[in-house]
Design a protein around this ligand. Sequence first.
Ligand SMILES: [Zn+2]
Length: 230
Amino acid sequence: MDNLDAEDCVGIDLGITNYIYTSNGDSVDWLDLSDEYERLRREQRSLSRKEHGSNNWEKQRQEVAKVKRRIKRKVEDFQHKLTTWLVKMYDAVFVEDLNVVGMLQQRGNARNKQDAAWRGFIEMLEYKGDLYGTHVVQVNPAGTTKECAECGVETEKPLWVREHSCPSCGFEVDRDANASYNVLSRGLQELGLGQAEVTPVETATAVETDGGRSSSVPASHVIETGSLGA
Ligand SMILES: [Zn+2]
């Protein structure tokens, strides 16, 4: 891989609860569409009360379609901005491969909607990667959360446990940070870059000692400015 520096690569953890977390310590909340979905439910309820095929029904059907279109546009706009930021910022972006069956089963049916959103996100990311000449690599998602990014020992971790604390080597870091380091090292391996330059420990230390670098970016900021930069 010519001219590809491990430092310009990033691993991304796709959060189960609507956000991404990068191996550089950035977290981005997913769009909050609760208002829009509430509106959609209201319009759909109203539609179900109207006489099928009547003028009022047809009018209301168009209202429902309008709200759906608005939600779709918002999601696409958000995905455009987020993926553009990532491929401009990095030379290689690694994400979990959501097509691996085990992960979907593990996530359960309740998460299918979010999985669909992540699929759209990854598709957009690949498209942008092509446009900007950025590698987008999907890696095996098995055990990215359980596995210790430092020593590789797997530990069961219920969803509410937000800290990774390895019983084997003592490595302690945020749960999603640990997952993003695993995604990063798997991506580097895929590209034949190995782990010599960026071991999870060094990455973790860099994030911890470089206090101002870690940041959380609200989705609204992405929408308003079209960038995640400060
Ligand atoms: Zn460990």
